[in-house]
Every structure is written in structure tokens, then in C-alpha cells.
Design a protein around this ligand. Structure first.
Ligand SMILES: Cc1cc2nc3c(=O)[nH]c(=O)nc-3n(C[C@H](O)[C@H](O)[C@H](O)COP(=O)(O)OP(=O)(O)OC[C@H]3O[C@@H](n4cnc5c(N)ncnc54)[C@H](O)[C@@H]3O)c2cc1C
Length: 382
């Protein structure tokens, strides 16, 4: 096909969304599939500014999902790969504890132990010094486990380097508004630059990696067929007292809480099942989640989080609230009951070459790449 051919799409692939997923998929397409001309379009002024930054930074190892064996099992498979591929981004030098609440927990300590054995996840009784941090009337048992945290800043550094080295073009401050069947090429993407200006890009493939924005496109885009739930979430960033500084703690399983190192800021995130979600709605194309968050008042609920967590771990009452991360969390409606975090991977039959992708957690990228491996994706000049 000649370069002057007017029917030649201007790009092989357009990736919409420069979070971890969009960036990792772009890298995969160049390195593993030999796709040459890739344009990544991101509405923010930099990469990994949204959910890929504003999260609890936990590299899951299964413990979190006693009600979803598949998610637990996939976490066990994916954690070693994540550690192998992004060693500099993984923080391992902290002690991770899981504790089981005596009341209102959906699992007992014995059930949790059995579940960990079933998924092959390491678990040991915590020593008395660590146990002493917990209020024994409220906590049935405390375990030492193996779970890590990731540093989003390091991931972002990797992403920027990889994309540059692999020749992926990036348009920042640009929002894709429509995806259609093209007249001059197989697919057509309309993008609007912040401050004005519109461009129309033709391409063979579109990868919609917009997480909360998955259904926010006009044109021929049909929307994803999987129901999505959107939540405005708050994660408090805390300076922990020395007694908690080298620890990550999760109290299971139900209306409880987690505190995890947040390496990108040298603090801890504190999340609470009751107070972290501020509001939620079922996703619909007319409601832009990013706009909704922008208009949201963001009154912190950290006092309520700390008050409740302090009943279980009194030392937390000495922590200092520094900041809060507010973000939209997008989950599949079908997993509301079991907390599972599978991927969404949809191929739009109405728009051949267009894929929508959502990873429920960061290490699910491997599940997405496995799906892509089975796809017949080829460059224009192949
Ligand atoms: C509160 C919270 C806690 C979490 N905790 C964890 C955890 O501890 N461990 C874990 O593994 N996972 C966690 N997750 C999930 C994890 O953050 C996500 O799975 C992951 O970041 C998704 O990456 P992404 O690239 O799909 O999304 P994002 O990083 O949000 O990337 C999507 C990008 O698309 C851009 N975009 C959207 N619409 C458009 C458009 N129309 N045009 C151009 N660009 C657009 C956005 O600006 C954004 O940069 C958490 C998520 C949240 C919100």
C-alpha cells in the first residue's frame, strides 16, 4: 500500500487512555505484535494521573478475595510476573498483616486459613508484639502474609520511557469524543484538544482503555455490554506513627478497612469499606464520571474512618491526615456481591477492530495481554 493512498489509515492503532493499561497495551502492540504506528490519546496533561495513580497501590496476592476464588487465584499467578517485570516499582520491605474481625466478618479465622491454603498463599500467625496492636475483643486473629505495594511514580517513569523508546506517539490534553466506522479508513476517531481544535484520525484498531470513561463516546460506539458501577472514592493519605509506619494492615472481611504504604508519596493510604465510597451510580453514557467528580464537593470523611479504625487499632488515632485522593472507581456490576475483580475485554462487532478493556486491578494486565495474544492483530504494512 502506498503512503499516498488516500484510503490508508493515518495510524495502525489508536489507544484511548494513557493509564497503566493503555500504556502497557501500546508497548505490547509494538514489541510483541510489531505494530508500528500507534497514537495514544490522553485527556490529562501526563500519563498515569487517574486511577493508575489514585489507588491503594496494593499488588494483590489473593488474600483480599476469599469470596472470589478466580480473582484470588489470578492474583497468585500475576503477582510474581508483576514483581519480575517492574521490580523497581514494587515495595516489599514492609510487614503485611491481615486480621479477621470477630463480628460482622464474612469469613472466620479458620475459613480464612483454609482459603489461603487452597490458593497456596503464605500465611503465618503474627507474633505477640504485632498482635498487641489490635483490640482483642474485636479481632479474632492476626496473620503475617506476603503482599506488596507498588510505586505509581516508578510505573509512570517506566511508561514514559517505554513509549518513547518504542516510538509511540502521544497526544496529551486531548479527549476522544467519538468512534465511528470511517469513510476513508476502517475506523475513525474524533479527538478534541483542550482549549479548542479537533482532529479526526483514521486507524485500523482502537483500544478503548479509559476505565471510568469507557462508555463516553458518540459516533457508532455501541457502549460496553457489561454493566458498570461508578463510585466516587476517597483514600486518605496519612502520616502513620512510628508503631505503624512499617506495616500494611487489612481487616477482613466485610465493612472493614485497609492501610497500605503509598510509596509514591511516602505515606499510607487509609480506606474504609463504609466511608471510602462517597457515592455511586450505575454507569450510563449521559453521565460523564470525570465531570461528576470535578463538580463533587470532596468533603473528607477521614474523621469517621479514623474513629472506627481506632476501635480496632488504637495506635491509628496518632496518625496525621495529610491529604485525600479522590477518584472514580469503576467496577463490574456483576461483582458487587463477591468483590471479584475480573477484566472486561470486549470486541465490538459493530466496529470491527475496536476493543474496550478494563482491568479491575493493576496486575490484571496479564489477563488482558493473554486475551490480546489470541487476537489476529496485524499492522497495515504486514
Ligand atoms: C480507589 C481505588 C483503589 C484501588 N486500589 C487498587 C489496589 O490497591 N490495587 C490494584 O491493583 N488496583 C487498585 N485499583 C484499580 C486500579 O487502579 C485500576 O485497575 C487501574 O489503575 C486501571 O488502569 P487504567 O489504565 O485502566 O485506568 P486509568 O489509570 O484511569 O487510565 C484511564 C485513562 O484514560 C483517560 N481517559 C478517559 N477518557 C478519555 C477520553 N475520552 N479521551 C482520552 N483519554 C481519556 C483518563 O484520563 C485516564 O488517564 C484501585 C482503583 C481505585 C479507584
Amino acid at each position: 500500500m502506498s503512503c499516498l493512498d488516500p484510503s490508508r489509515p493515518s495510524q495502525d492503532a489508536v489507544i484511548i487512555g494513557g493509564g497503566f493499561y493503555g500504556a502497557a497495551i501500546a508497548t505490547y502492540l509494538v514489541k510483541q505484535r510489531g505494530i508500528k504506528r500507534i497514537l495514544l490519546i490522553e485527556r490529562e496533561p501526563a500519563l498515569l494521573m487517574r486511577a493508575s495513580y489514585n489507588n491503594q497501590a496494593r499488588v494483590h496476592n489473593g488474600y483480599h478475595y476469599p469470596r472470589s476464588f478466580t480473582t484470588a487465584y489470578r492474583s497468585r499467578v500475576n503477582l510474581p510476573r508483576f514483581v519480575r517485570d517492574w521490580p523497581l516499582a514494587v515495595k516489599q520491605d514492609f510487614t503485611k498483616l491481615y486480621a479477621i474481625a470477630r463480628r460482622n466478618s464474612k469469613v472466620t479465622a479458620k475459613q480464612f486459613e483454609r482459603f489461603c491454603r487452597e490458593i497456596g498463599a503464605e500465611i503465618k500467625p503474627a507474633d505477640p508484639v504485632l498482635r498487641a496492636l489490635f483490640e482483642p475483643r474485636l479481632i479474632e486473629d492476626v496473620y503475617l502474609v506476603k503482599e506488596y505495594a507498588f510505586d505509581t511514580t516508578q510505573l509512570a517513569n517506566w511508561v514514559v520511557r517505554e513509549l518513547e523508546e518504542n516510538g509511540v506517539q502521544i497526544h496529551y490534553d486531548t479527549r476522544v469524543t467519538a468512534i465511528s466506522k470511517g469513510t476513508r479508513g476502517p475506523l475513525q476517531v474524533v479527538a478534541e484538544k483542550k482549549g479548542g481544535g479537533q482532529e479526526v484520525i483514521t486507524c485500523r484498531y482502537v483500544f478503548n482503555c479509559t476505565y471510568s470513561g469507557l462508555n463516553q463516546f458518540k459516533g457508532d460506539f455501541p457502549g460496553v455490554s457489561t454493566g458498570l458501577k461508578q463510585e466516587i472514592t476517597e483514600m486518605a493519605l496519612m502520616q502513620m506513627p512510628p508503631s505503624l509506619n512499617d506495616l500494611g494492615i487489612t481487616v477482613m472481611d466485610g465493612p472493614f478497612f485497609s492501610m497500605m504504604p503509598f510509596p509514591a508519596r511516602g505515606m499510607h493510604t487509609l480506606s474504609h469499606v463504609r466511608y471510602t465510597p462517597h457515592m455511586h451510580w450505575n454507569d450510563q453514557p449521559e453521565v460523564d464520571p470525570y465531570e461528576k467528580l470535578l463538580c463533587y464537593a470532596r468533603d473528607t470523611r477521614v474523621d469517621r474512618m479514623v474513629r472506627d479504625v481506632g476501635r480496632y487499632i488504637p495506635e491509628v488515632l496518632k496518625a496525621k491526615h495529610i491529604d485525600s485522593l479522590f477518584e472514580i472507581k469503576t467496577v463490574l456490576m456483576k461483582n458487587e456481591g463477591d468483590d471479584g475483580r475480573p477484566i472486561l475485554f470486549e470486541k465490538h462487532a459493530e466496529l470491527p477492530g475496536c476493543y474496550s478493556v478494563l482491568g479491575g486491578k493493576i496486575d490484571n494486565i496479564y489477563d488482558v495481554l493473554e486475551k490480546l495474544e489470541a487476537e489476529n492483530i496485524i499492522g497495515i504494512d504486514d
